[in-house]
Design a protein. Structure first.
Length: 286
């Protein structure tokens, strides 16, 4: 039952992350920059979590010094670095290529889990990983434009950074309340992103109603929810298994863009999405 619950948590996290592209596209169309979106996203998510926990579960506001340190590392060198590297990568390479390179992270997670955490990969997991990677390749295949070698390096480094985030979370936060961990990871990520991008905070007072709703949506749907659910899932699943399940994210992103933004989705791409779904079912079976 724990395995089933963990699978559902990670699957829902992947769905929430899948809407990042939708919110991002709407945010950029509304005039927000990358730095503003990332910083305001994490700042608002932090405020919402502090207020919510203070009212409903104040005990989750406290963490011991060691766990705060781990959350700081995950937020600053994990999530903030990963987010920045990914957005930097799409400045010099096509979005499909950036996504393909980013989603090599389950390979790095499985290698790290096997050689460092001694989590032995089952034959079924290995097959499901191969099928999922093939499906994503078909789903995300598009013009693979490379204008900058540095951008390719950024994308691969983002994948490695995210894999380290998954492995460290799975190893060192097994006994931490997911809400507590999410709060501190989000807070430290927001602080690091502000220092890196240095957006004009005065712009908060001039945000339009549309921009506020977009930032609120990405803060709740694609930040607080999935970050918390993913950690909760990692407490019940191995890092290697969870990394395969969360590959539902690009499938949700593609289908959401098709339904909400009227982007084209070919029969071949639907076939790729189907392969990913088959891989997830295979991975869920015992």
């Amino acid at each position: 039952m724990n395995q089933v619950i963990g699978f559902i948590y990670v699957l829902l996290a992947g769905v929430g992350f899948g809407f990042l592209g939708i919110f991002g596209r709407l945010a950029f169309q509304s005039g927000l920059t990358v730095g503003e979106l990332l910083t305001f996203r994490f700042f608002l998510a932090t405020i919402i979590m502090i207020l919510g926990l203070a009212i409903l579960k104040p005990q989750h506001l406290k963490l011991n010094f060691k766990q705060i340190g781990i959350c700081a590392l995950l937020g600053i060198f994990g999530y903030a670095v990963f987010s920045t590297l990914y957005f930097k990568s799409i400045e010099g390479i096509s979005v499909p290529l950036a996504a393909l390179l980013l989603f090599t992270f389950p390979i790095f997670v499985n290698l790290g889990a096997h050689f460092i955490l001694k989590e032995r990969m089952t034959k079924r997991q290995f097959i499901s990983l191969i099928i999922a990677c093939a499906g994503l390749g078909i789903l995300l295949w598009g013009p693979l434009v490379v204008n900058s070698l540095a951008s390719v390096i950024f994308a691969v480094t983002a994948a490695v950074t995210y894999s380290i985030y998954v492995l460290v979370s799975g190893r060192y936060q097994k006994d931490v309340a997911p809400l507590s961990s999410s709060l501190y990871v989000i807070a430290f990520a927001g602080f690091a992103l502000y220092l890196f991008h240095q957006p004009d905070l005065a712009k908060i007072t001039t945000l339009t109603a549309q921009q506020i709703s977009i930032i609120a949506g990405i803060a709740v749907v694609s930040t607080i929810g999935p970050l918390t659910l993913f950690l909760a899932g990692l407490q019940k699943l191995s890092s290697s298994k969870a990394s395969i399940v969360v590959m539902i994210e690009p499938v949700v992103a593609a289908i959401a863009a098709w339904l909400l933004l009227q982007e084209q989705l070919s029969v071949l791409q639907l076939f790729g999405a189907g392969l990913v779904m088959i891989a997830l079912v295979l991975n869920a079976l015992k």
